[in-house]
Design a protein around this ligand. Structure first.
Ligand code: DQA
Length: 163
């Protein structure tokens, strides 16, 4: 008979350790009421809680940060290097398509990151189809709603277990 898993954080899995920072760009504070046909009904608090629970089960430290201001996002990314953050998950929101400054901040700190989007940006307006981040990212997850973030975190947990 197949042995039952004890929990989602299988006791036989190697433990992960390390710090992960999730960055949410402008207007994502309005999730839940903002254009639900594109962004769903989960609030930002729902997403952050789901991420925090999964991170805790895996034994890693996870922080989340949202801002509507480009400079604040840049400064949070700069601080991440001093804090020893190992991976970033970033939804740059509209800055995906406009911000060389935010791209340069991520490139400057050199922290590996996954770019995520709730909506499928490739199925929307042409201006959303260019990203200033994708060529620097480990990978891009777009169009899977709040699962985009959770899948990114699962991948990072796997990488941290191997390190
Ligand atoms: C978004 C897609 C962007 O084009 C848009 O500006 C956002 C959210 C997404 O998660 O689908 O604000 O990044």
């Amino acid at each position: 008979m197949k042995k039952q898993k004890e929990s989602s954080d299988d006791a036989e899995s190697p433990t992960a350790s390390g710090r992960v920072l999730v960055i949410h760009g402008p207007n994502l504070n309005l999730l839940g009421t903002r254009e639900p046909k594109h962004y769903g009904l989960h609030t930002l608090a729902d997403i952050n809680l789901a991420l925090a629970c999964r991170a805790e089960a895996a034994g890693i430290q996870l922080d989340s940060f949202q801002s509507n201001h480009e400079g604040a996002l840049i400064e949070r990314i700069h601080a991440a290097r001093a804090e020893g953050v190992r991976y970033l998950i970033i939804n740059p929101a509209a800055y995906t398509h406009t911000s060389v400054a935010l791209r340069d901040a991520i490139a400057a700190v050199g922290i590996p990151f996954i770019e995520v989007h709730l909506s499928n940006v490739h199925a929307r307006e042409p201006f959303r189809q260019h990203s200033y981040f994708s060529d620097l990212a480990i990978g891009v997850i777009s169009g899977l709603g709040n699962e985009s973030y959770l899948l990114a975190l699962d991948y990072i947990i796997g990488r941290l277990r191997q390190d």
